[in-house]
Design a binder for this molecule. Structure first.
Ligand SMILES: [Zn+2]
Length: 257
């Protein structure tokens, strides 16, 4: 394929051979947002990944993490905040599996949003069963750019997210499920990014995520290369423009749909 591919959400550090995975992304020119779930993960690995052109280290503080020193992690978050444009994985999870209370999670998310307020950052969001509250909070704190990762909420909320110009990253699991397919069908082409969420989806890697491309190729009756070009352009656009105002995108001649 001619265009460089993208993985907008990958937990590289959760692989046993994390170094090899990162080097392979680099070799194969896969633009990979390396999300972390605690600031200490970012802090420990930043010195290695900052040397790589295709890896975008993302400073995270995940609502499902529970066993850590809160004050220490908050300090590390603030210490590292200006080293990257990417913030995540962060957000809220109101599903049954969440250990922390809704209030505790909101407190943590508020800390993150206050810390980045006014800065040019791109949020990588977890929003399971909490989509409305995540959207409400990012609007309240005026977050300009955000990617809703593995979105599984209501279509009405999805439409509001689109109104604010935010993005969605789609993975193989979503392409396989009825619910995921319905969500995908509601998205304009210029707001879609591709992700693996590796290693959480079996057999997908940033450089081995072709099933997503095949899915869109069929859906849009388009060559694989063209699908890849759209996703690559979306990733570039996301980094160039403020996404708060949806109109900006409709005026852009490179955009389709
Ligand atoms: Zn994740």
């Amino acid at each position: 394929m001619n265009f460089e591919s993208v993985d907008a959400h990958c937990h590289i550090n959760f692989f046993k051979n994390a170094g090899d995975i990162a080097l392979e992304c680099e070799k194969r020119k896969v633009h990979t947002i390396y999300v972390t779930t605690l600031p200490s993960q970012f802090d420990e690995t930043f010195k290695y990944v900052k040397l790589l052109k295709y890896i975008y280290p993302s400073l995270g503080f995940h609502c499902l993490e529970s066993n850590y020193n809160l004050e220490k992690e908050k300090k590390l978050f603030l210490k590292n905040i200006d080293k990257t444009k990417f913030i995540g994985e962060v957000g809220l999870d109101f599903s049954k599996r969440a250990v922390k209370s809704k209030e505790e999670q909101k407190e943590l998310f508020k800390f993150v949003l206050e810390a980045i307020k006014g800065k040019d950052k791109i949020l990588n969001l977890h929003s399971a069963s909490a989509e409305d509250e995540v959207l409400r909070m990012i609007i309240k704190y005026d977050a300009k750019k955000a990617i809703f990762h593995w979105y599984s909420g209501k279509i009405s909320t999805l439409n509001k997210i689109l109104d604010y110009g935010y993005y969605f990253s789609i993975n193989e699991s979503m392409c396989r499920s009825k619910k995921g397919q319905n969500i995908i069908s509601k998205l304009p082409r210029n707001r879609i990014l591709v992700e693996t969420d590796a290693p959480f989806i079996e057999d997908t890697l940033p450089y081995n995520n072709l099933n997503v491309y095949y899915y869109f190729s069929e859906l849009w009756t388009m060559k694989l290369e063209n699908v890849q070009e759209i996703f690559y352009n979306n990733f570039i656009e996301l980094q160039e423009h403020s996404s708060k105002y949806g109109n900006l995108f409709h005026e852009c001649p490179r955009m389709i749909n």
